[in-house]
Design a protein around this ligand. Sequence first.
Ligand code: FO1
Length: 311
Amino acid sequence: MIVALAGGVGGAKLAQGLAAVVDDLTVIGNTADDFELYGLHISPDLDTVMYTLAGLANPVTGWGIADESWGFMAMLGRYGEEAWFRLGDRDLATHVLRTTRLRAGQPLTAVTQDLAAALGIKARLLPMCNQPVSTLVNTPDGWLGFQDYFVRRHHQDRVLEVSFSGIENADLTAEVDAALRQAEAIIFCPSNPIVSIGPVLAVVGMRELLVEVGQHVPIVAVSPIVGGKALKGPADEMLSSLGHERSALGVARLYTGLVRGMVIDHADAKLQPAIEALGMRVLVTQTVMGEADDRARLAGEVLNFTKGIRT
Ligand code: FO1
């Protein structure tokens, strides 16, 4: 069984590639982007992975559903609402069901698995934890909720600090614990290392478990930074403003002590010796993913790379 840790759109693409080449895949998704809007529990990263694995994702944005209709948003507009977070009509059904089931007392893990199964997804999709965790971003204008920073303010603010509110109460779920203990390889997808993979690693007990499992199972990460730039989103700016190097090497440094291998792009081949000096193996390949075939191509290469890593 292969376990992937994933955040937003880049993570979802590699998860789709992995699902095409392995029979038994578990994806552990970031839930620190979750927030409440109009009384609904929105889990953007879980939904991005879920829709991508189901073949439903909007190919242009990467989030949301393809061929959406926007009647709900249009009606909100008529009421004069400043609707900065766009919820499509089909997507809305996911949030309504998730919220109803959470209110009825089901844990997020069970709700997520039910929704994913109903969409015909074979891979196991697990939230990183069942407790609420919220990423907060400190900016020159003060602390902002993650979606406020990311969507409403178009991730333009300088990020001075990041915190994960509620993380001290976030435990490993039995499902996440079992998946990691059964894994033959663990892959950190090309997701933002600070706000997508960061919260997953911050769940109480997660790092310790990864260190334990990593003694006999290869753990590798795919860099979301190519040629000093984030493939999508603010990971590059965030790395520099938080004092890290804005490169695949900067990402590798953040994962030191956890991962044994880094997958980097041809554009970053010159970083290979510096990453190897951290004690990691390096695979240099094309990490920028196109459509489904290309995602499966990268997934296959990453899996072969894990097989060559002796633990
Ligand atoms: N991202 C945007 O940039 N604008 C949106 O209006 C937006 C709506 C949205 C609705 C549902 C959903 O599951 C995701 C949505 N996202 C939107 C994406 C998302 O908020 C971010 O990409 C992630 O949180 C970052 O990983």
